[in-house]
Design a protein around this ligand. Structure first.
Ligand code: MN3
Length: 246
């Protein structure tokens, strides 16, 4: 209880500090809103805005799929999480720390919805519009590491696609960094490699959602085609950023 109270107080003070420090009217409004949110105990988890329009990933992912995926599916995980008091997860911790706390004792509803919340926040950032279908390849340090750990980009692409295709039912395919080495791994449902329940743990570099809700409207049962098209819109800049931050 005390922790919660301190958290609220800290949030309100941060909001007010920001209010006086920032001169822009928009900033002030945001700060007032943030302070009010902390004081009222409003939902801890919020749907992030997409960094592009719903139609921006066309022709590879269609507008309607993106809109439903974001406003219905992602929102549903967030609503469920906000309505479920945590047992062994500290909702005041940062997102990665929360995911790393998920173990076998975590209730399935929190495990699934925390994963659903976090995985999608990351997934949106790991997609990038490419309307003119330019060649889309990693560069820099990440490209070097992929060549080193998978022999070539083509080989990596083949292995990642095969792993994505092999997931039975709903799940995710990941490129992770584990002990300084890149590795491809998959998780069922909304688990991710940060969680203690994952077969392979590591920091996330790249993520692919292979739930049917991610592609069914456009591709129906053709998961292979969805995966092949996803390579055109994988955001290698963001992947490189995640890779370098480890
Ligand atoms: Mn999804």
């Amino acid at each position: 209880m005390d922790d919660r109270r301190n958290f609220l107080k800290k949030g309100a003070l941060l909001g007010l500090t920001g209010l006086f420090a920032n001169m822009g009217a928009k900033d002030k409004l945001d700060d007032i809103e943030n302070a009010a949110t902390y004081l009222s105990g409003s939902p801890a988890f919020k749907l992030p805005a997409l960094p592009y329009d719903y139609s921006a990933l066309e022709p590879f992912i269609d507008r309607l799929t993106m809109e439903i995926h974001h406003t219905k599916h992602h929102q549903a995980y967030i609503d469920k999480l906000n309505n479920t008091p945590s047992t062994n997860i500290d909702y005041q911790a940062d997102d990665q720390t929360m995911c790393k706390s998920v173990d076998q004792s975590t209730s399935p509803v929190i495990r699934n919805n925390l994963g659903g919340y976090y995985n999608h926040c990351l997934f949106w950032q790991l997609l990038k519009p490419n309307p003119n279908n330019h060649a889309n390849l990693p560069s820099g340090k990440l490209a070097e590491a992929i060549n080193k750990d998978f022999a070539s980009f083509e080989n990596f692409r083949k292995e990642f696609s095969e792993s994505s295709l092999k997931i039975f039912g709903s799940g995710w395919c990941w490129l992770i960094l584990q002990g300084g080495k890149l590795k491809i791994t998959t998780t069922p449902n909304q688990d991710n490699p940060l969680m203690k329940v994952a077969a392979e743990q590591g920091s996330i570099v790249l993520a692919l959602d292979v739930w049917e809700h991610a592609y069914y409207l456009k591709y129906q049962n053709r998961r292979t085609e969805y995966i092949n098209n996803w390579w055109n819109i994988a955001n290698w800049d963001k992947a490189e950023e995640l890779f370098r931050s480890k």
